[in-house]
Design a protein around this ligand. Structure first.
Ligand code: ADP
Ligand code: MG
Length: 764
């Protein structure tokens, strides 16, 4: 909704008088400007000639002189009252010195209906307008607050149903949802103009009684009569509703502290009034100054209570009541100054809209129901099958699951799309299927990996030892790690004895051969394999013979350690050889690295020594002292030789360091190659071992048969089919050797059921 105004509406009302001072108060014909001409009286008689006439001009929203109550209401108040019915907060304030006509303007004369003031007229307008606006339901509550000497008084507390005042009395409270309100102030629902007027008169009566009881004038207090309006649209959203407050404020007399009030209660009252009105002025100045982000509302009860009713989103109107007589010209001037300041306050009135959550839910449910009906109507028109918009039932979900499964297996050509819910459920099923598949593969891998990992750990440990020992020891270590714990100890002993007896010569031999090899002879396992393929084949065929040409026994499954030994000389001989060579190079580079490190360190030590000597000499020289011990100088003067030597050493250091760096890089590279070879040897061995000994014969037979069908030459060309190739060979070998088996061997083979196969060794 549009804002009604962007400024506070300030009007001046001049109390009718027979002695209107036209000389001092000049109302211009524009109806908005009032000029005040005032000659300041000097107290000293000799200065009276010096007194100067000063003029002030005030341009306000309107000057109301000899204006009836009705006209004043129409010009000043109507739009604010109507705005309150639209949801805008509104504030109407009367400001001025005592007797200037504030109460007359706000409440009016109680004797004449015609002279009734803003409040009764506003109440009448509110109820009349409510009756007119049939599309809304309204609820109206009234409250009447008096602020006397910074004390809050509920002028309607005498009425039935008013809350019992808390021991702390009433307090001004701010809450985000409700804004500013007075806790403890009674709010009275009213349904008609009459009811509302009754409350107004009740409050007025209480105000008069209170002032008599306290022996004070009613104009010594501020009074705020508030109309609280809440409206709900009957046609639009039921969840949305608007609220507003219409504050009708009759302020206490603004006259300054005079001589007559210099004592007792009146002095105290005047102090409080002056204070609260000056705080009101400060708040208004702060509101008028757009650069200020803090407005001191909390300084007085009045400003705090009116916090959301002065500027901001509120329609605010000030009526400045002034006397027309010359005697009151100073107070008139002061009132007009206040009024002109109030003119500077800008407002951005906004409707106070709220949402009722319960009503909102109801409305959304209704909307949803309507949309579903609309959809089903549309579906019927386009001949779509009946679609469920409710969440899918368990049976429907099961059906979708089966559809997806059939679709994945290829038994269902397509899944027809029916509804968004169904599409989502289908996707969910796909996701589930993928996850299940992943789990399956993972479990399989885990099974294999665990086995491999266990064996590999043992093998790796063995191979590591092999780095420093003979290959025989390595086999022994592998064997011992593969056997049970009970036999581990005895085997370790055996391996130890072997290590002592055989290990050293072989190691030496290997080191010797390793020292001869060069770094550039190091090759990656792949390249080596490719380049030496024919040679390896022939080597393999030679090395693949079981040691001592032992008869081939298909019944016995060798231990892993034995199999590994066989593998290294047979199927894995290539990679084993490469590994050996690379390790030899690595060893050689390592020893070179050690040697170079020692040399570099030695040079560094020499440099340090010479540097220290030179430094010591320089220090002593600088101090002009030579320490002599037993007649010999401890330090000799450094000659050119020392410096030369230092230079040479430094150059040597740099040179050796460079070499060292290069060798270090070579060592790293060799180490990488060795690791690669090691991993490959182990993985190839694992594959080979698994295929050879752990695969059931039936499966192997299928593999072998297929392999045989494809032919030997073809297999050689395919790197990944090398195992099939060896399996085929084994099959052939098996057929051959079966013929030469002894009856005993045959029987034993039959007894064991032959689930496990002997090692597959390549034969020429
Ligand atoms: P205030 O509340 O500012 O102290 P009141 O409203 O009580 O002053 O006015 C003082 C007297 O002046 C009252 O008797 C009131 O009837 C009278 N009066 C004030 N303004 C007018 C006016 N515009 N027309 C007629 N009488 C007025
Ligand atoms: Mg009054």
């Amino acid at each position: 909704m549009k804002a009604h105004s962007s400024r506070v509406g300030v009007f001046v009302r001049i109390r009718p008088t027979a002695h209107f001072s036209q000389d001092l108060i000049e109302c211009l014909p524009d109806g908005q400007t009032v000029n005040i001409h005032h000659r300041k009286d000097s107290r000293k008689p000799e200065d009276s000639r010096k007194s100067q006439l000063s003029s002030w001009s005030f341009r306000l929203a309107g000057i109301l002189q000899d204006v009836s109550q009705e006209e004043l209401y129409a010009r000043v108040c109507r739009r604010v009252v109507l705005g309150a019915l639209d949801g805008y907060n509104g504030t109407l304030m009367c400001f001025g010195q005592t007797g200037a006509g504030k109460t007359y303007t706000m409440t009016g004369s109680t004797e004449s209906y015609k002279q009734r003031g803003i409040i009764p007229r506003a109440l009448q307008e509110v109820f009349q307008e409510m009756d007119k606006r049939t599309e809304y339901t309204f609820s109206v509550h009234l409250s009447y607050l008096e602020i006397y000497n910074e004390t809050l008084v509920d002028l309607l507390s005498s009425l039935q149903g008013s809350p019992q005042l808390s021991p702390r009395g009433m307090v001004v409270v701010e809450e985000p949802s409700r804004g500013v309100f007075i806790r403890g102030l009674s709010l009275h629902p009213v349904h008609s103009e009459e009811e509302a007027l009754n409350l107004l008169f009740e409050g007025e009566m209480n105000r008069i009684i209170g002032s008599h009881a306290l022996n004070r004038s009613s104009s010594r207090s501020h009074c705020i009569f508030t109309v609280h309006i809440e409206s709900h649209s009957r046609t639009l959203s039921v969840a949305k509703y608007v609220t507003s407050k219409l504050n009708l404020v009759d302020l206490a007399g603004s006259e300054r502290l005079g001589k007559t009030w210099s004592e007792g209660q009146m002095f105290k009252e005047a102090m409080y009034i002056n204070k609260s009105l000056s705080f009101l002025e400060q708040a208004i100045l702060a509101l008028a100054d757009r650069r200020r982000d803090h407005v001191p509302f909390r300084q007085s009860k009045l400003t705090h209570a009116l916090k959301d009713s002065l500027g901001g989103n509120c329609n605010t109107v000030l009526v400045a009541n002034i006397y027309g007589e010359a005697a009151q010209i100073e107070e008139t001037l002061s009132t007009l100054r206040f009024a002109s300041r109030m003119m500077c306050v800008r407002t951005n009135p906004a409707v106070n809209e709220h949402m009722d959550p319960a009503a909102q839910i109801k409305k959304l449910q209704k909307d949803l129901h309507m949309l579903k009906e609309e959809l089903s109507f549309y579906n019927t028109l386009v001949n779509r099958p009946r679609i469920m918009y409710e969440p899918l039932s368990e049976a429907q979900l099961a059906e979708i699951h089966s559809q997806v499964q059939r679709y994945l297996k290829g038994n269902l050509e397509e899944i027809s799309i029916i509804s968004i819910r169904q599409v989502q459920a289908v996707f969910a099923q796909f996701k589930l299927a993928v996850q299940e598949q992943e789990q399956k593969v993972k479990a399989q891998l885990c099974q294999t990996f665990n086995l491999m990992e266990k064996d590999q750990r043992a093998n790796t440990a063995a191979i590591k030892e092999w780095d420093t020992r003979d290959s025989t020891e390595d086999v022994e270590a592998l064997r011992s790690s593969s056997t049970k714990a009970s036999t581990k100890m005895s085997r370790d002993k055996q391996s130890q004895s072997k290590r002592q007896g055989e290990g050293s010569p072989v190691s030496k031999k290997r080191l010797e051969s390793a020292s001869k090899s060069k770094l550039n002879s190091v090759q990656t396992p792949e390249r080596e394999q490719e380049s030496q393929e024919p040679e390896t084949e022939s080597q393999d065929s030679q090395e693949s013979q079981p040691p001592g040409n032992e008869p081939f026994n298909p019944d016995s499954t060798p231990s892993k350690a034995e199999a590994f030994e066989d593998f290294k000389v047979g199927r894995g001989s290539k990679i084993n050889r490469i590994l050996k060579e690379n390790k030899a190079v690595l060893l050689e580079r390592c020893s070179l690295l050690r040697q170079l490190t020692e040399e570099v360190n030695a040079v560094k030590r020499e440099i340090d020594c010479i540097t220290a000597t030179i430094q010591q000499h320089e220090t002593r020289g600088g101090q002009g002292q030579y320490m002599v011990m037993e007649g010999m100088p401890v330090l000799q003067e450094p000659d050119g030789t020392s410096l030369m030597q230092l230079r040479e050493l430094k150059a040597l250091y740099r040179q050796r360091y460079e070499v060292l760096r290069g060798v270090k890089a070579e060592v790293n590279y060799c180490q990488h190659l060795v690791d690669q070879c090691r991993v490959r040897l182990l993985s190839e061995f694992e594959n080979w071992y698994k295929k050879s000994f752990l695969v059931p014969e039936e499966e192997l037979d299928i593999t072998i048969d297929r392999t045989l069908e494809q032919g030997e030459d073809n297999q050689r060309l395919l790197p990944d089919s090398s195992e099939s190739f060896y399996n085929a060979r084994y099959r052939m070998l098996k057929r051959r050797t079966a013929l030469s088996f002894t009856p005993v061997q045959r029987n034993s083979s039959a007894r064991s059921g032959q689930r496990r196969l002997p090692p597959i060794l390549p034969v020429s």
